[in-house]
Design a protein around this ligand. Structure first.
Ligand SMILES: Nc1ncnc2c1ncn2[C@@H]1O[C@H](COP(=O)(O)OP(=O)(O)O)[C@@H](O)[C@H]1O
Ligand SMILES: [Mg+2]
Length: 277
């Protein structure tokens, strides 16, 4: 399988704050790759790093084996990377069709056949093509956002939490849609908070903690890993714990030792705040 996208030891952040401390991951042709991890781990930041929305101070982003590190977004799009951010990913006052047409803005060929294909992939969007995108349900708005990105027939699609805020029913629909898009030939790199479902459809996955790789494996390996399950696949109580861990960790990096398989709150020992023991 050929390598479509690779992050090779990527380092970067915002201003003077380093968020990604050497993140490595890749997506091969045909894959759905999922990134999970606690809030603030740097998952969205890793996506922005690919899309040129972040100044990288180390490492490389490679597309089809060629470095595109620190390439501005408008160029990254032309190279065939499309990115659907978590929010603000449609023009609410424009119609569904206008949104899809906007997605094709860098194409100078006839995109009507592609528009047809998108409607075939998302039949509800055809029915609602004249309706303002802002009036659609959350799930259908997410479909518009994905359809818009697909207008460019990208080499790879980046999705940041496509099911955020959706009811379980719509969540399921979005995961089905992601599978469909992938089947049609587009590799996908997706950040997801609904880890169990996302890993269920993933070829492979990465667990990012504290701006670093923590676990990786096939979707099944991660689903069946007791430590991953304990930390990331639990219900409400675990989520709360995750938030605590995320808040409690210093940004300096050298704190990978906080393994908490027993689920004891990490914030218990207040006195030991400095990194390096
Ligand atoms: N635009 C920004 N400017 C400064 N800091 C940011 C910005 N976006 C995110 N951060 C910080 O970077 C860290 C990682 O954020 P993010 O990548 O959004 O995490 P995740 O997507 O894993 O929840 C967090 O500490 C967050 O506060
Ligand atoms: Mg995020």
């Amino acid at each position: 399988m050929s390598r479509v996208l690779e992050l090779d030891n990527v380092v970067g952040g915002y201003g003077d704050t380093q968020i990604l401390h050497g993140v490595s991951m890749h997506v091969d042709a045909g894959e759905i790759v999922v990134i999970i991890g606690p809030n603030g781990a740097g998952k969205s930041t890793a996506m922005k790093a690919v899309f040129g929305l972040l100044k990288l101070t180390g490492g490389d982003v490679l597309l089809d084996g060629k470095a595109i590190t620190n390439t501005p977004p408008e160029k990254v799009v032309r190279y065939g990377v499309c990115y659907v951010p978590q929010t603000g990913n449609v023009f609410p006052s424009l119609s569904v069709q206008e949104n899809l047409e906007m997605g094709a803005y860098v194409r100078d060929d006839d995109f009507t056949p592609r528009l047809q294909e998108i409607y075939e992939m998302f039949p509800p969007l055809y029915e609602k093509r004249s309706q303002a995108a802002g009036t659609l349900s959350g799930g259908q708005r997410q479909m518009v956002a994905m359809g818009k990105a697909l207008m460019l027939e990208p080499k790879i699609l980046l999705l940041d939490e496509p099911t955020a805020g959706l009811s379980p029913k719509f969540r399921g629909e979005i995961f089905e849609t992601v599978k469909l898009i992938n089947k049609s030939g587009t590799p996908i790199l997706m950040v997801e908070q609904n880890a169990k479902q996302a890993l269920g459809i993933a070829t492979r996955g990465y667990v990012l903690v504290d701006g670093k790789n923590r676990f990786e494996g096939t979707g099944n390996e991660l689903l069946n890993d007791p430590e991953v399950a304990e930390m990331f696949l639990g219900g409400g109580k675990q989520q709360v714990l995750l938030e605590k861990v995320a808040v409690a960790k210093p940004v300096t990096g050298k704190s990978a030792a906080r393994k908490s398989p027993t689920g004891k709150p990490a914030a218990k020992k207040r006195s030991r705040k400095k990194s390096g023991a």
